[in-house]
Design a protein around this ligand. Structure first.
Ligand code: ZN
Length: 182
């Protein structure tokens, strides 16, 4: 099998012992070799025609759930940022408009800055986890590290990232799911 799939025997051994899963590009050739469908592969069992459709629906549903969660995380991150910004601006406004001691004024401003900073950090982590990016060269989908994410040049739905698979820099498109669709 390793020979037929052009991979090492060690990799196949990993699958057999449950210490690893085949990567996406190998799934179809592996299924063809085993004479099973991708649907049976994902379900982990042989399926008759009736079961087949039920499992296909279930697999599509889990994909849909993954996408829905990604969308929810994006909305959540927007709310978190909006709330912390409003709270921060309110505190700064209070600190600058109302008569108070210098110490209190500084305390309020520090709290405001921590709020805004914290909110932005939370939003970045949530936003990063909310989706994956697709390499324009090899099609690999991956979640970038927080550092790479924060310091990358980006547009609304793309980011300039280095692909972990082919190691090329590219404008990677944001995707809602790790799997092929969407
Ligand atoms: Zn790539």
């Amino acid at each position: 099998m390793a020979e037929r799939l052009l991979i090492s025997e060690k990799t196949v051994s990993k699958w057999e012992t449950g210490n690893g899963l085949p990567e996406v590009s190998l799934m179809k050739p592996l299924c063809d070799l085993l004479g099973i469908s991708l649907n049976e592969f994902f379900s982990g069992e042989r399926l008759d025609e009736k079961q087949y459709y039920a499992k296909a629906e279930a697999n599509i549903m889990s994909l849909a759930a993954e996408k829905a969660k990604a969308k929810k995380d994006i909305v959540l991150s927007i709310i978190v940022v909006a709330m912390t910004l409003i709270a921060g601006i309110t505190l700064i406004t209070i600190a600058s408009l109302i008569e108070m001691t210098v110490a209190l004024r500084i305390t309020l401003i520090v709290i405001a800055e921590l709020l805004v900073g914290g909110g932005i950090c939370v939003a970045i982590v949530l936003d990063r986890d909310a989706g994956v990016f697709e390499c324009p060269h090899c099609g690999e989908r991956f979640v970038p590290t927080t550092m790479a994410y924060v310091f990358s040049v980006h547009g609304i739905n793309w980011r300039r990232l280095r692909c972990p698979k082919c190691h090329k820099m590219g404008n990677c498109k944001k995707k809602l799911s790790r799997k092929e669709e969407g």
